[in-house]
Design a protein around this ligand. Structure first.
Ligand code: PGA
Length: 259
Protein backbone atom coordinates (compact mmCIF):
# COMPACT_ATOMS: atom_id res chain seq x y z
CA UNK A 1 0.00 0.00 0.00
CA UNK A 2 1.58 3.25 -1.15
CA UNK A 3 0.83 6.32 0.94
CA UNK A 4 2.32 9.66 -0.06
CA UNK A 5 4.84 10.69 2.61
CA UNK A 6 4.25 14.05 4.27
CA UNK A 7 6.22 16.52 6.36
CA UNK A 8 4.19 19.02 8.37
CA UNK A 9 5.76 22.01 10.10
CA UNK A 10 3.86 23.15 13.16
CA UNK A 11 5.11 26.67 13.78
CA UNK A 12 2.98 26.94 16.94
CA UNK A 13 2.93 30.53 18.30
CA UNK A 14 6.15 31.48 16.52
CA UNK A 15 7.06 33.71 13.58
CA UNK A 16 5.68 37.06 12.47
CA UNK A 17 3.54 37.74 9.41
CA UNK A 18 6.53 39.53 7.88
CA UNK A 19 8.67 36.39 8.27
CA UNK A 20 6.33 33.95 6.52
CA UNK A 21 7.12 34.83 2.91
CA UNK A 22 10.91 34.53 3.31
CA UNK A 23 10.60 31.01 4.70
CA UNK A 24 8.22 29.96 1.94
CA UNK A 25 10.44 31.45 -0.78
CA UNK A 26 13.37 29.43 0.56
CA UNK A 27 11.42 26.17 0.70
CA UNK A 28 9.22 26.32 -2.42
CA UNK A 29 11.83 25.96 -5.21
CA UNK A 30 13.60 23.09 -3.41
CA UNK A 31 10.43 21.02 -3.21
CA UNK A 32 10.62 20.34 -6.95
CA UNK A 33 13.30 17.73 -6.13
CA UNK A 34 10.93 15.82 -3.83
CA UNK A 35 7.64 15.58 -5.66
CA UNK A 36 6.74 12.35 -3.92
CA UNK A 37 6.63 14.14 -0.53
CA UNK A 38 3.81 16.46 0.55
CA UNK A 39 4.84 19.60 2.43
CA UNK A 40 2.53 21.44 4.82
CA UNK A 41 3.26 24.54 6.89
CA UNK A 42 0.89 25.23 9.78
CA UNK A 43 0.91 28.65 11.39
CA UNK A 44 -1.07 30.69 13.89
CA UNK A 45 -4.18 32.35 12.45
CA UNK A 46 -2.66 35.80 12.16
CA UNK A 47 -0.03 34.45 9.73
CA UNK A 48 -2.34 32.48 7.48
CA UNK A 49 -3.20 35.19 4.97
CA UNK A 50 0.47 35.98 4.38
CA UNK A 51 1.33 32.27 4.20
CA UNK A 52 -1.40 31.49 1.67
CA UNK A 53 -0.33 34.43 -0.52
CA UNK A 54 3.33 33.42 -0.43
CA UNK A 55 2.54 29.77 -1.14
CA UNK A 56 0.30 30.45 -4.15
CA UNK A 57 1.48 28.45 -7.20
CA UNK A 58 3.84 26.36 -5.08
CA UNK A 59 3.50 22.76 -3.85
CA UNK A 60 3.24 23.96 -0.24
CA UNK A 61 -0.09 23.50 1.52
CA UNK A 62 -0.88 25.89 4.34
CA UNK A 63 -2.50 24.64 7.51
CA UNK A 64 -4.15 26.15 10.57
CA UNK A 65 -3.29 24.99 14.08
CA UNK A 66 -6.83 25.00 15.45
CA UNK A 67 -10.43 25.66 14.45
CA UNK A 68 -13.81 26.05 16.09
CA UNK A 69 -16.65 23.57 15.51
CA UNK A 70 -19.37 25.99 14.41
CA UNK A 71 -19.22 27.57 10.97
CA UNK A 72 -20.27 31.03 12.17
CA UNK A 73 -21.92 32.85 15.06
CA UNK A 74 -21.32 34.67 18.31
CA UNK A 75 -18.08 32.95 19.41
CA UNK A 76 -15.72 35.84 20.04
CA UNK A 77 -12.11 35.00 19.36
CA UNK A 78 -12.72 31.66 17.68
CA UNK A 79 -11.88 30.75 14.08
CA UNK A 80 -14.53 29.46 11.69
CA UNK A 81 -13.72 26.44 9.52
CA UNK A 82 -15.66 28.08 6.69
CA UNK A 83 -13.43 31.15 6.95
CA UNK A 84 -10.30 28.99 6.82
CA UNK A 85 -11.55 27.22 3.71
CA UNK A 86 -12.47 30.54 2.11
CA UNK A 87 -8.95 31.81 2.73
CA UNK A 88 -7.49 28.86 0.84
CA UNK A 89 -6.47 26.75 3.82
CA UNK A 90 -6.60 23.00 3.14
CA UNK A 91 -5.27 21.48 6.35
CA UNK A 92 -5.97 21.97 10.04
CA UNK A 93 -4.30 20.41 13.07
CA UNK A 94 -6.88 19.39 15.66
CA UNK A 95 -6.40 18.25 19.25
CA UNK A 96 -2.71 18.97 19.56
CA UNK A 97 -1.56 17.94 23.03
CA UNK A 98 -0.85 21.61 23.82
CA UNK A 99 -4.53 22.31 23.05
CA UNK A 100 -5.62 19.34 25.14
CA UNK A 101 -3.34 20.11 28.09
CA UNK A 102 -3.26 23.93 28.23
CA UNK A 103 -6.72 24.70 26.87
CA UNK A 104 -8.60 21.69 28.20
CA UNK A 105 -9.74 20.34 24.87
CA UNK A 106 -11.60 17.08 25.33
CA UNK A 107 -12.10 14.14 22.99
CA UNK A 108 -15.62 15.41 22.38
CA UNK A 109 -14.35 18.84 21.29
CA UNK A 110 -11.76 17.22 19.06
CA UNK A 111 -14.51 15.16 17.44
CA UNK A 112 -16.74 18.21 16.87
CA UNK A 113 -13.81 20.10 15.33
CA UNK A 114 -12.98 17.14 13.09
CA UNK A 115 -16.54 16.94 11.80
CA UNK A 116 -16.61 20.73 11.24
CA UNK A 117 -13.33 20.61 9.31
CA UNK A 118 -14.58 17.80 7.08
CA UNK A 119 -17.93 19.53 6.52
CA UNK A 120 -16.01 22.54 5.20
CA UNK A 121 -13.75 20.57 2.88
CA UNK A 122 -10.66 20.78 5.10
CA UNK A 123 -8.23 17.94 5.84
CA UNK A 124 -7.93 17.48 9.60
CA UNK A 125 -4.71 16.18 11.14
CA UNK A 126 -5.99 14.77 14.41
CA UNK A 127 -3.32 14.60 17.08
CA UNK A 128 -3.37 11.63 19.42
CA UNK A 129 -1.26 11.99 22.54
CA UNK A 130 -0.03 9.76 25.30
CA UNK A 131 -0.86 10.35 28.93
CA UNK A 132 2.20 11.09 31.04
CA UNK A 133 0.31 10.03 34.17
CA UNK A 134 -0.33 6.50 32.89
CA UNK A 135 2.49 4.09 33.59
CA UNK A 136 1.16 0.72 32.48
CA UNK A 137 1.47 -0.20 28.82
CA UNK A 138 -2.11 -1.47 28.82
CA UNK A 139 -3.57 1.75 30.17
CA UNK A 140 -1.55 3.74 27.66
CA UNK A 141 -2.80 1.57 24.79
CA UNK A 142 -6.37 2.01 25.98
CA UNK A 143 -5.87 5.79 26.19
CA UNK A 144 -4.59 5.93 22.60
CA UNK A 145 -7.27 3.65 21.15
CA UNK A 146 -9.99 5.60 22.94
CA UNK A 147 -8.80 8.91 21.46
CA UNK A 148 -8.84 7.43 17.95
CA UNK A 149 -12.33 6.00 18.39
CA UNK A 150 -13.76 9.17 19.95
CA UNK A 151 -12.17 11.58 17.47
CA UNK A 152 -13.45 9.65 14.44
CA UNK A 153 -17.03 9.18 15.66
CA UNK A 154 -19.50 10.12 12.93
CA UNK A 155 -16.82 10.43 10.23
CA UNK A 156 -18.06 8.85 7.00
CA UNK A 157 -15.89 6.30 5.25
CA UNK A 158 -15.75 8.52 2.15
CA UNK A 159 -14.35 11.35 4.28
CA UNK A 160 -11.59 9.27 5.80
CA UNK A 161 -9.30 9.84 2.81
CA UNK A 162 -9.11 13.50 3.90
CA UNK A 163 -8.19 12.62 7.49
CA UNK A 164 -4.69 12.17 8.88
CA UNK A 165 -3.78 11.11 12.38
CA UNK A 166 -0.66 12.22 14.20
CA UNK A 167 0.68 10.26 17.13
CA UNK A 168 2.42 12.73 19.42
CA UNK A 169 3.51 11.36 22.80
CA UNK A 170 3.36 14.33 25.15
CA UNK A 171 6.71 13.55 26.80
CA UNK A 172 8.46 13.69 23.40
CA UNK A 173 7.07 17.07 22.37
CA UNK A 174 9.61 19.84 22.70
CA UNK A 175 11.84 17.69 24.93
CA UNK A 176 14.56 16.97 22.39
CA UNK A 177 13.94 13.26 23.03
CA UNK A 178 11.92 11.58 20.29
CA UNK A 179 10.35 8.23 21.00
CA UNK A 180 12.35 5.27 19.75
CA UNK A 181 11.34 4.39 16.17
CA UNK A 182 10.40 0.84 17.14
CA UNK A 183 8.10 1.92 19.97
CA UNK A 184 6.56 4.65 17.79
CA UNK A 185 5.96 2.06 15.08
CA UNK A 186 4.14 -0.16 17.59
CA UNK A 187 1.81 2.68 18.56
CA UNK A 188 1.17 3.69 14.96
CA UNK A 189 0.40 0.09 14.04
CA UNK A 190 -2.09 -0.04 16.92
CA UNK A 191 -3.68 3.21 15.74
CA UNK A 192 -4.00 1.85 12.19
CA UNK A 193 -5.58 -1.36 13.48
CA UNK A 194 -8.07 0.68 15.50
CA UNK A 195 -9.04 2.51 12.32
CA UNK A 196 -9.29 -0.87 10.55
CA UNK A 197 -11.74 -2.07 13.21
CA UNK A 198 -13.87 1.03 12.59
CA UNK A 199 -13.66 1.45 8.81
CA UNK A 200 -12.18 -1.78 7.43
CA UNK A 201 -8.61 -2.73 6.59
CA UNK A 202 -8.58 -1.19 3.10
CA UNK A 203 -9.55 2.25 4.42
CA UNK A 204 -7.03 1.97 7.26
CA UNK A 205 -4.30 1.00 4.81
CA UNK A 206 -4.85 4.24 2.93
CA UNK A 207 -4.89 6.49 5.98
CA UNK A 208 -1.78 8.54 6.57
CA UNK A 209 -0.46 8.49 10.12
CA UNK A 210 2.30 10.80 11.29
CA UNK A 211 4.67 10.74 14.20
CA UNK A 212 5.42 13.96 16.09
CA UNK A 213 7.64 14.85 19.04
CA UNK A 214 11.25 16.10 18.78
CA UNK A 215 11.68 15.05 15.16
CA UNK A 216 14.91 16.45 13.72
CA UNK A 217 17.30 15.58 10.90
CA UNK A 218 19.27 13.20 13.15
CA UNK A 219 16.27 10.95 13.89
CA UNK A 220 13.79 11.54 11.05
CA UNK A 221 15.14 8.87 8.73
CA UNK A 222 14.94 6.09 11.34
CA UNK A 223 11.39 7.09 12.19
CA UNK A 224 10.22 7.45 8.59
CA UNK A 225 11.63 4.13 7.51
CA UNK A 226 9.10 2.40 9.81
CA UNK A 227 6.26 0.86 7.80
CA UNK A 228 3.36 2.66 9.54
CA UNK A 229 5.00 6.08 9.90
CA UNK A 230 3.87 7.96 6.79
CA UNK A 231 5.09 11.37 7.80
CA UNK A 232 6.24 13.64 10.58
CA UNK A 233 4.75 16.61 12.41
CA UNK A 234 7.60 18.86 13.42
CA UNK A 235 7.71 21.82 15.79
CA UNK A 236 11.07 23.28 16.81
CA UNK A 237 13.25 21.82 14.05
CA UNK A 238 10.89 23.04 11.33
CA UNK A 239 11.16 26.68 12.38
CA UNK A 240 14.20 26.79 10.14
CA UNK A 241 13.46 26.60 6.39
CA UNK A 242 16.68 24.76 5.52
CA UNK A 243 16.03 22.13 8.18
CA UNK A 244 12.48 21.71 6.89
CA UNK A 245 13.84 20.90 3.41
CA UNK A 246 16.33 18.51 4.96
CA UNK A 247 13.43 16.69 6.61
CA UNK A 248 11.55 16.51 3.30
CA UNK A 249 14.65 15.05 1.69
CA UNK A 250 15.00 12.46 4.49
CA UNK A 251 11.31 11.53 4.10
CA UNK A 252 11.87 10.97 0.42
CA UNK A 253 14.93 8.76 1.01
CA UNK A 254 13.37 6.77 3.84
CA UNK A 255 10.20 5.99 1.93
CA UNK A 256 12.09 5.03 -1.24
CA UNK A 257 14.07 2.50 0.79
CA UNK A 258 10.94 1.24 2.54
CA UNK A 259 9.07 0.57 -0.72
P1 PGA B 1 8.49 19.41 18.55
O1 PGA B 1 6.91 19.65 18.41
O2 PGA B 1 8.96 18.91 17.20
O3 PGA B 1 9.06 20.75 18.89
O4 PGA B 1 8.68 18.39 19.60
C1 PGA B 1 6.11 18.78 17.70
C2 PGA B 1 4.67 19.16 17.84
O5 PGA B 1 4.27 19.59 18.93
O6 PGA B 1 3.89 19.10 16.88
Amino acid sequence: MKRQPIVVANWKMNKLPSEAAGYIQTVAPKLADYEQVDAVLAGQDVLLDAMVSAARDTRIEIGAENVYWEDRGAYTGETSPAALADLGIRVVIIGHSERRNYFRETDEMVNLKTLAALRNGLCPIIAIDEAVQLTSENDQAHWIVNQVVESLKGVQEAELSRVMLAYEPTAAIGSGQAMSPEIAQKSLYMIRQTVADMFGQAAADQLRILYGGSVKPTNAYDLLVQPDIDGVLVGDAALDATTFIELVSLASQAKRIAE
